[in-house]
Design a binder for this molecule. Structure first.
Ligand SMILES: Cc1cc2nc3c(=O)[nH]c(=O)nc-3n(C[C@H](O)[C@H](O)[C@H](O)COP(=O)(O)OP(=O)(O)OC[C@H]3O[C@@H](n4cnc5c(N)ncnc54)[C@H](O)[C@@H]3O)c2cc1C
Length: 366
Protein backbone atom coordinates (compact mmCIF):
# COMPACT_ATOMS: atom_id res chain seq x y z
CA UNK A 1 0.00 0.00 0.00
CA UNK A 2 1.23 3.47 -0.76
CA UNK A 3 2.30 5.91 1.91
CA UNK A 4 0.00 8.81 1.12
CA UNK A 5 1.36 12.28 1.69
CA UNK A 6 -0.55 14.34 4.16
CA UNK A 7 -3.42 16.38 2.80
CA UNK A 8 -3.39 15.09 -0.73
CA UNK A 9 -6.61 15.35 -2.62
CA UNK A 10 -8.95 12.60 -1.61
CA UNK A 11 -8.98 10.76 -4.91
CA UNK A 12 -5.23 10.99 -5.43
CA UNK A 13 -4.37 9.39 -2.09
CA UNK A 14 -7.08 6.81 -2.32
CA UNK A 15 -5.93 5.73 -5.74
CA UNK A 16 -2.45 5.07 -4.41
CA UNK A 17 -3.74 3.14 -1.45
CA UNK A 18 -6.20 1.16 -3.50
CA UNK A 19 -3.85 0.23 -6.32
CA UNK A 20 -2.11 -2.38 -4.21
CA UNK A 21 -4.51 -3.07 -1.45
CA UNK A 22 -7.44 -4.34 -3.41
CA UNK A 23 -9.23 -7.08 -1.70
CA UNK A 24 -11.22 -8.91 -4.31
CA UNK A 25 -14.27 -8.19 -2.29
CA UNK A 26 -17.19 -9.28 -4.30
CA UNK A 27 -19.34 -6.66 -2.73
CA UNK A 28 -21.85 -9.20 -1.65
CA UNK A 29 -23.37 -9.55 1.73
CA UNK A 30 -26.34 -10.80 3.66
CA UNK A 31 -27.65 -11.57 7.07
CA UNK A 32 -25.22 -14.33 7.83
CA UNK A 33 -22.09 -12.60 6.76
CA UNK A 34 -21.29 -10.85 10.02
CA UNK A 35 -20.81 -14.30 11.42
CA UNK A 36 -19.37 -15.74 8.24
CA UNK A 37 -16.60 -13.18 8.12
CA UNK A 38 -15.64 -13.73 11.71
CA UNK A 39 -15.44 -17.42 11.11
CA UNK A 40 -13.24 -17.11 8.03
CA UNK A 41 -10.35 -19.49 8.54
CA UNK A 42 -7.53 -17.40 9.88
CA UNK A 43 -4.71 -17.54 7.36
CA UNK A 44 -1.17 -16.50 7.99
CA UNK A 45 -0.13 -13.27 6.33
CA UNK A 46 3.38 -12.85 5.05
CA UNK A 47 5.28 -9.64 4.68
CA UNK A 48 4.37 -7.81 1.51
CA UNK A 49 1.37 -9.97 0.83
CA UNK A 50 -2.16 -8.67 0.78
CA UNK A 51 -4.61 -11.01 2.41
CA UNK A 52 -8.03 -11.22 0.99
CA UNK A 53 -11.01 -11.85 3.18
CA UNK A 54 -13.89 -11.08 0.91
CA UNK A 55 -17.40 -11.32 2.20
CA UNK A 56 -18.95 -14.56 1.27
CA UNK A 57 -22.64 -14.24 0.96
CA UNK A 58 -24.57 -12.94 -1.95
CA UNK A 59 -28.12 -12.08 -1.02
CA UNK A 60 -27.43 -8.41 -1.69
CA UNK A 61 -24.96 -7.27 -4.26
CA UNK A 62 -24.15 -4.03 -5.98
CA UNK A 63 -21.36 -2.94 -8.18
CA UNK A 64 -19.04 0.01 -7.76
CA UNK A 65 -20.93 2.86 -6.22
CA UNK A 66 -24.41 2.24 -7.51
CA UNK A 67 -26.84 2.03 -4.60
CA UNK A 68 -29.48 -0.44 -3.63
CA UNK A 69 -32.67 1.43 -2.87
CA UNK A 70 -34.72 0.82 0.26
CA UNK A 71 -32.28 -1.74 1.68
CA UNK A 72 -32.99 -3.53 4.98
CA UNK A 73 -30.27 -2.90 7.56
CA UNK A 74 -31.10 -5.13 10.54
CA UNK A 75 -29.11 -7.99 9.01
CA UNK A 76 -25.95 -5.86 9.13
CA UNK A 77 -26.15 -5.21 12.85
CA UNK A 78 -25.34 -7.56 15.70
CA UNK A 79 -28.53 -6.47 17.49
CA UNK A 80 -30.49 -7.44 14.36
CA UNK A 81 -32.50 -4.23 14.61
CA UNK A 82 -33.00 -1.50 12.02
CA UNK A 83 -35.33 -0.44 9.23
CA UNK A 84 -34.42 0.32 5.65
CA UNK A 85 -31.85 2.72 4.25
CA UNK A 86 -32.99 4.92 1.40
CA UNK A 87 -29.75 4.06 -0.39
CA UNK A 88 -27.19 1.39 0.50
CA UNK A 89 -23.68 0.88 -0.88
CA UNK A 90 -20.80 -1.52 -0.37
CA UNK A 91 -17.76 -0.08 -2.12
CA UNK A 92 -15.11 -2.62 -2.97
CA UNK A 93 -12.13 -0.30 -2.83
CA UNK A 94 -10.84 2.60 -0.82
CA UNK A 95 -10.96 4.81 -3.92
CA UNK A 96 -14.60 3.96 -4.48
CA UNK A 97 -15.38 4.77 -0.85
CA UNK A 98 -13.58 8.12 -1.04
CA UNK A 99 -15.19 9.00 -4.39
CA UNK A 100 -18.63 8.06 -3.10
CA UNK A 101 -18.47 10.05 0.14
CA UNK A 102 -16.89 13.03 -1.62
CA UNK A 103 -19.65 13.01 -4.23
CA UNK A 104 -22.47 12.70 -1.66
CA UNK A 105 -20.91 15.46 0.41
CA UNK A 106 -20.67 17.76 -2.60
CA UNK A 107 -24.32 17.15 -3.38
CA UNK A 108 -25.30 17.95 0.20
CA UNK A 109 -26.66 14.43 0.79
CA UNK A 110 -26.74 12.76 4.21
CA UNK A 111 -24.42 9.77 4.47
CA UNK A 112 -23.46 7.31 7.20
CA UNK A 113 -20.71 4.72 7.40
CA UNK A 114 -21.58 1.28 8.71
CA UNK A 115 -18.84 -1.07 9.88
CA UNK A 116 -19.70 -4.31 11.64
CA UNK A 117 -22.86 -2.77 13.11
CA UNK A 118 -21.75 -4.08 16.49
CA UNK A 119 -21.98 -0.83 18.41
CA UNK A 120 -25.05 0.62 16.81
CA UNK A 121 -28.74 1.04 17.40
CA UNK A 122 -30.31 1.63 14.00
CA UNK A 123 -33.83 3.03 14.02
CA UNK A 124 -36.60 0.63 13.13
CA UNK A 125 -38.00 3.55 11.12
CA UNK A 126 -34.91 3.31 8.95
CA UNK A 127 -32.31 5.76 7.73
CA UNK A 128 -33.13 8.66 5.44
CA UNK A 129 -30.07 9.13 3.28
CA UNK A 130 -27.15 6.99 2.17
CA UNK A 131 -25.64 4.13 4.20
CA UNK A 132 -22.20 2.93 3.15
CA UNK A 133 -21.01 -0.40 4.52
CA UNK A 134 -17.29 -1.10 4.57
CA UNK A 135 -17.49 -4.90 4.35
CA UNK A 136 -15.72 -4.88 0.97
CA UNK A 137 -12.57 -3.23 2.30
CA UNK A 138 -10.78 -6.10 3.95
CA UNK A 139 -7.17 -5.86 2.78
CA UNK A 140 -4.56 -6.75 5.39
CA UNK A 141 -0.83 -6.46 4.88
CA UNK A 142 2.36 -6.74 6.90
CA UNK A 143 4.33 -3.72 5.70
CA UNK A 144 7.50 -4.62 7.59
CA UNK A 145 8.27 -6.78 10.60
CA UNK A 146 6.06 -5.48 13.42
CA UNK A 147 3.96 -3.13 11.29
CA UNK A 148 0.53 -4.30 10.11
CA UNK A 149 -1.88 -2.36 7.90
CA UNK A 150 -5.56 -3.18 7.59
CA UNK A 151 -8.38 -1.60 5.62
CA UNK A 152 -11.43 -0.17 7.39
CA UNK A 153 -13.71 -3.16 6.86
CA UNK A 154 -11.32 -5.83 8.18
CA UNK A 155 -12.87 -7.66 11.12
CA UNK A 156 -11.08 -7.52 14.46
CA UNK A 157 -11.51 -11.22 15.41
CA UNK A 158 -10.13 -12.26 12.02
CA UNK A 159 -7.31 -9.72 12.22
CA UNK A 160 -6.42 -10.82 15.77
CA UNK A 161 -6.20 -14.47 14.74
CA UNK A 162 -4.19 -13.75 11.62
CA UNK A 163 -1.79 -11.52 13.51
CA UNK A 164 -1.33 -14.21 16.16
CA UNK A 165 -0.56 -16.84 13.55
CA UNK A 166 1.91 -14.45 11.95
CA UNK A 167 3.73 -13.89 15.24
CA UNK A 168 2.46 -10.35 15.78
CA UNK A 169 1.36 -9.45 19.28
CA UNK A 170 -0.98 -6.67 20.45
CA UNK A 171 -4.39 -7.61 19.13
CA UNK A 172 -5.04 -10.47 21.57
CA UNK A 173 -7.56 -8.22 23.36
CA UNK A 174 -9.63 -7.78 20.18
CA UNK A 175 -10.51 -11.37 19.37
CA UNK A 176 -13.96 -11.11 20.97
CA UNK A 177 -14.84 -7.67 19.60
CA UNK A 178 -16.98 -8.25 16.51
CA UNK A 179 -16.32 -4.87 14.90
CA UNK A 180 -14.24 -3.60 12.02
CA UNK A 181 -10.99 -1.64 12.03
CA UNK A 182 -12.86 1.58 11.13
CA UNK A 183 -15.41 1.18 13.92
CA UNK A 184 -12.68 0.21 16.37
CA UNK A 185 -10.70 3.39 15.64
CA UNK A 186 -13.80 5.58 16.02
CA UNK A 187 -14.72 3.86 19.30
CA UNK A 188 -11.18 3.23 20.57
CA UNK A 189 -12.39 -0.32 21.13
CA UNK A 190 -10.75 -2.06 24.04
CA UNK A 191 -10.86 -5.02 26.38
CA UNK A 192 -8.67 -7.05 28.72
CA UNK A 193 -6.66 -3.99 29.73
CA UNK A 194 -5.75 -2.87 26.23
CA UNK A 195 -7.30 -0.88 23.39
CA UNK A 196 -6.80 0.18 19.80
CA UNK A 197 -5.00 3.31 20.95
CA UNK A 198 -2.29 1.14 22.54
CA UNK A 199 -1.17 -0.27 19.19
CA UNK A 200 -2.32 2.18 16.52
CA UNK A 201 0.45 4.04 14.73
CA UNK A 202 -1.59 5.99 12.18
CA UNK A 203 -5.01 5.99 10.54
CA UNK A 204 -5.74 7.09 7.01
CA UNK A 205 -8.75 9.38 7.27
CA UNK A 206 -10.99 11.17 4.78
CA UNK A 207 -12.20 14.54 6.00
CA UNK A 208 -15.41 14.96 4.01
CA UNK A 209 -15.63 18.69 4.65
CA UNK A 210 -12.22 19.54 3.23
CA UNK A 211 -12.19 16.64 0.76
CA UNK A 212 -8.70 15.59 1.86
CA UNK A 213 -7.21 12.26 2.88
CA UNK A 214 -4.70 12.49 5.67
CA UNK A 215 -2.60 9.98 7.55
CA UNK A 216 -3.25 10.94 11.18
CA UNK A 217 -0.92 9.91 13.97
CA UNK A 218 -1.99 8.31 17.23
CA UNK A 219 -1.37 11.64 19.00
CA UNK A 220 -3.45 13.58 16.51
CA UNK A 221 -6.39 11.23 16.99
CA UNK A 222 -6.59 12.18 20.70
CA UNK A 223 -7.86 8.83 21.94
CA UNK A 224 -9.88 8.65 25.14
CA UNK A 225 -12.02 5.97 26.74
CA UNK A 226 -14.25 4.69 23.90
CA UNK A 227 -13.75 7.72 21.74
CA UNK A 228 -11.33 9.74 19.66
CA UNK A 229 -11.25 13.07 17.91
CA UNK A 230 -12.95 11.75 14.76
CA UNK A 231 -16.62 12.43 14.08
CA UNK A 232 -18.25 9.61 12.09
CA UNK A 233 -20.60 12.14 10.48
CA UNK A 234 -17.61 13.98 9.04
CA UNK A 235 -14.62 11.62 8.95
CA UNK A 236 -14.20 8.25 7.30
CA UNK A 237 -11.49 5.88 8.49
CA UNK A 238 -10.04 4.23 5.37
CA UNK A 239 -7.31 2.07 6.91
CA UNK A 240 -5.00 1.90 9.90
CA UNK A 241 -1.45 0.86 10.71
CA UNK A 242 -0.64 -1.02 13.89
CA UNK A 243 2.68 -1.43 15.67
CA UNK A 244 2.79 -5.05 16.77
CA UNK A 245 5.79 -6.54 18.56
CA UNK A 246 6.92 -9.93 17.36
CA UNK A 247 6.51 -12.94 19.60
CA UNK A 248 6.17 -16.70 19.27
CA UNK A 249 2.88 -17.47 17.47
CA UNK A 250 1.99 -20.20 19.95
CA UNK A 251 2.27 -17.77 22.87
CA UNK A 252 0.16 -15.11 21.15
CA UNK A 253 -2.38 -17.72 20.12
CA UNK A 254 -2.62 -18.99 23.69
CA UNK A 255 -3.31 -15.47 25.01
CA UNK A 256 -5.85 -14.90 22.23
CA UNK A 257 -7.61 -18.17 22.98
CA UNK A 258 -7.70 -17.37 26.68
CA UNK A 259 -9.47 -14.07 25.96
CA UNK A 260 -11.87 -15.74 23.55
CA UNK A 261 -12.83 -18.41 26.07
CA UNK A 262 -13.34 -15.83 28.82
CA UNK A 263 -15.81 -14.02 26.57
CA UNK A 264 -17.79 -17.14 25.85
CA UNK A 265 -18.31 -17.63 29.57
CA UNK A 266 -19.19 -14.05 30.50
CA UNK A 267 -21.29 -12.73 27.62
CA UNK A 268 -24.79 -13.63 26.40
CA UNK A 269 -23.68 -14.77 22.98
CA UNK A 270 -26.89 -16.72 22.33
CA UNK A 271 -28.92 -13.55 21.72
CA UNK A 272 -28.36 -10.63 19.37
CA UNK A 273 -26.71 -7.77 21.27
CA UNK A 274 -24.33 -4.88 20.73
CA UNK A 275 -21.85 -5.45 23.51
CA UNK A 276 -21.69 -3.10 26.48
CA UNK A 277 -24.63 -0.72 26.38
CA UNK A 278 -23.28 2.01 28.67
CA UNK A 279 -19.78 3.29 29.32
CA UNK A 280 -18.31 2.58 32.72
CA UNK A 281 -18.82 5.85 34.62
CA UNK A 282 -15.79 5.25 36.86
CA UNK A 283 -12.89 2.82 36.56
CA UNK A 284 -13.86 1.19 39.85
CA UNK A 285 -17.64 1.27 39.30
CA UNK A 286 -18.71 -0.49 36.16
CA UNK A 287 -22.01 0.17 34.44
CA UNK A 288 -22.74 -3.55 34.78
CA UNK A 289 -22.33 -3.41 38.54
CA UNK A 290 -24.61 -0.36 38.84
CA UNK A 291 -27.31 -1.85 36.61
CA UNK A 292 -27.15 -5.19 38.40
CA UNK A 293 -27.25 -3.53 41.83
CA UNK A 294 -30.31 -1.59 40.70
CA UNK A 295 -32.12 -4.88 40.23
CA UNK A 296 -32.48 -4.42 36.49
CA UNK A 297 -31.36 -7.83 35.21
CA UNK A 298 -34.10 -9.46 33.10
CA UNK A 299 -36.06 -6.17 32.87
CA UNK A 300 -37.95 -6.15 29.58
CA UNK A 301 -39.54 -3.58 27.32
CA UNK A 302 -41.25 -5.51 24.59
CA UNK A 303 -38.65 -7.91 23.27
CA UNK A 304 -35.67 -5.88 24.47
CA UNK A 305 -34.26 -7.29 27.68
CA UNK A 306 -31.42 -6.67 30.15
CA UNK A 307 -29.29 -9.81 30.03
CA UNK A 308 -29.30 -12.04 33.06
CA UNK A 309 -25.69 -13.04 32.40
CA UNK A 310 -24.22 -9.54 31.99
CA UNK A 311 -26.29 -6.58 33.21
CA UNK A 312 -24.65 -4.10 30.82
CA UNK A 313 -25.77 -6.15 27.81
CA UNK A 314 -29.19 -5.53 26.28
CA UNK A 315 -30.38 -8.48 24.24
CA UNK A 316 -32.94 -8.83 21.48
CA UNK A 317 -35.25 -11.70 22.39
CA UNK A 318 -36.69 -11.65 18.88
CA UNK A 319 -38.10 -8.84 16.73
CA UNK A 320 -37.34 -6.14 19.29
CA UNK A 321 -37.62 -2.63 17.86
CA UNK A 322 -35.28 0.32 18.32
CA UNK A 323 -38.14 2.04 20.18
CA UNK A 324 -38.30 -0.77 22.72
CA UNK A 325 -34.54 -0.72 23.13
CA UNK A 326 -34.43 3.07 23.58
CA UNK A 327 -37.23 2.87 26.17
CA UNK A 328 -35.35 0.15 28.04
CA UNK A 329 -32.13 2.20 28.02
CA UNK A 330 -34.05 5.16 29.43
CA UNK A 331 -35.47 2.99 32.20
CA UNK A 332 -31.97 1.69 33.03
CA UNK A 333 -30.57 5.23 33.11
CA UNK A 334 -33.40 6.53 35.29
CA UNK A 335 -33.21 3.66 37.77
CA UNK A 336 -29.42 3.95 38.19
CA UNK A 337 -29.77 7.72 38.57
CA UNK A 338 -32.41 7.29 41.29
CA UNK A 339 -30.42 4.68 43.17
CA UNK A 340 -26.84 5.96 42.81
CA UNK A 341 -27.21 9.52 41.47
CA UNK A 342 -24.95 8.52 38.57
CA UNK A 343 -25.65 9.32 34.90
CA UNK A 344 -25.01 6.45 32.54
CA UNK A 345 -23.86 7.41 29.04
CA UNK A 346 -24.53 4.96 26.19
CA UNK A 347 -21.50 3.45 24.52
CA UNK A 348 -23.60 2.69 21.44
CA UNK A 349 -24.06 5.11 18.57
CA UNK A 350 -27.39 5.66 16.85
CA UNK A 351 -28.21 5.81 13.16
CA UNK A 352 -31.47 6.95 11.58
CA UNK A 353 -34.72 8.42 12.77
CA UNK A 354 -35.30 8.71 16.52
CA UNK A 355 -37.74 10.87 18.47
CA UNK A 356 -36.42 13.64 20.72
CA UNK A 357 -37.47 11.61 23.73
CA UNK A 358 -35.46 8.62 22.49
CA UNK A 359 -32.46 10.77 21.70
CA UNK A 360 -32.53 12.17 25.23
CA UNK A 361 -30.95 8.86 26.28
CA UNK A 362 -27.85 9.89 24.34
CA UNK A 363 -27.75 13.37 25.85
CA UNK A 364 -25.70 13.14 28.98
CA UNK A 365 -25.67 15.69 31.78
CA UNK A 366 -29.46 15.66 31.82
C1 LIG B 1 -20.62 -9.39 21.65
C2 LIG B 1 -19.97 -8.03 21.60
C3 LIG B 1 -18.86 -7.77 22.37
C4 LIG B 1 -18.25 -6.53 22.34
N1 LIG B 1 -17.15 -6.31 23.12
C5 LIG B 1 -16.53 -5.13 23.08
C6 LIG B 1 -15.37 -4.87 23.87
O1 LIG B 1 -14.90 -5.72 24.59
N2 LIG B 1 -14.78 -3.66 23.79
C7 LIG B 1 -15.26 -2.67 22.98
O2 LIG B 1 -14.67 -1.60 22.95
N3 LIG B 1 -16.37 -2.87 22.22
C8 LIG B 1 -17.01 -4.06 22.25
N4 LIG B 1 -18.14 -4.25 21.48
C9 LIG B 1 -18.68 -3.14 20.69
C10 LIG B 1 -18.16 -3.04 19.24
O3 LIG B 1 -17.78 -4.30 18.74
C11 LIG B 1 -17.01 -2.05 19.12
O4 LIG B 1 -17.39 -0.76 19.56
C12 LIG B 1 -16.51 -1.93 17.68
O5 LIG B 1 -15.35 -1.15 17.66
C13 LIG B 1 -17.52 -1.31 16.74
O6 LIG B 1 -17.05 -1.48 15.42
P1 LIG B 1 -18.07 -1.64 14.21
O7 LIG B 1 -17.27 -1.79 12.98
O8 LIG B 1 -19.06 -2.70 14.48
O9 LIG B 1 -18.76 -0.22 14.23
P2 LIG B 1 -20.27 0.10 13.90
O10 LIG B 1 -21.13 -0.42 14.98
O11 LIG B 1 -20.62 -0.28 12.52
O12 LIG B 1 -20.24 1.70 14.00
C14 LIG B 1 -19.93 2.35 15.20
C15 LIG B 1 -19.67 3.83 14.87
O13 LIG B 1 -18.49 3.91 14.08
C16 LIG B 1 -18.78 4.53 12.82
N5 LIG B 1 -17.92 3.87 11.81
C17 LIG B 1 -17.80 2.56 11.53
N6 LIG B 1 -16.85 2.38 10.59
C18 LIG B 1 -16.37 3.60 10.28
C19 LIG B 1 -15.38 4.09 9.37
N7 LIG B 1 -14.68 3.28 8.59
N8 LIG B 1 -15.16 5.42 9.31
C20 LIG B 1 -15.87 6.28 10.09
N9 LIG B 1 -16.83 5.89 10.95
C21 LIG B 1 -17.06 4.56 11.04
C22 LIG B 1 -20.26 4.32 12.59
O14 LIG B 1 -20.80 5.31 11.74
C23 LIG B 1 -20.78 4.44 14.02
O15 LIG B 1 -20.91 5.78 14.39
C24 LIG B 1 -18.77 -5.50 21.50
C25 LIG B 1 -19.89 -5.77 20.71
C26 LIG B 1 -20.49 -7.01 20.75
C27 LIG B 1 -21.69 -7.28 19.89
Amino acid sequence: MGEPDQNKSANQSAQELGSESRATAENKAASADNAALDKTAAGQVHAGQTNIAASQNNAVSNTANSPIKDAPLARYTTLRIGGNADYFYQPSSVQDLVALVSDLQKRGEKWYVLGGGSNLLISSNGVRGHVIRTAGLTGIKILEPGLLEAEAGARLPHLAKMAAQSGLSGLEFAVGIPGTVGGAVIMNAGAHGSSISAILKTALVLDSETGTVKEMTNDELKFQYRRCLLDPLKHVVLSAKFIMPQDKPELIEARTKHNEEYRLKTQPIGFPNAGSTFKNPFPDKSAGYLIDSSGLKKTQVGNACVSELHANFVINLGNATSHEVAALLKQMQNTVKEKFDIDLTPEWKTMGEFSDDELSVWRTNK
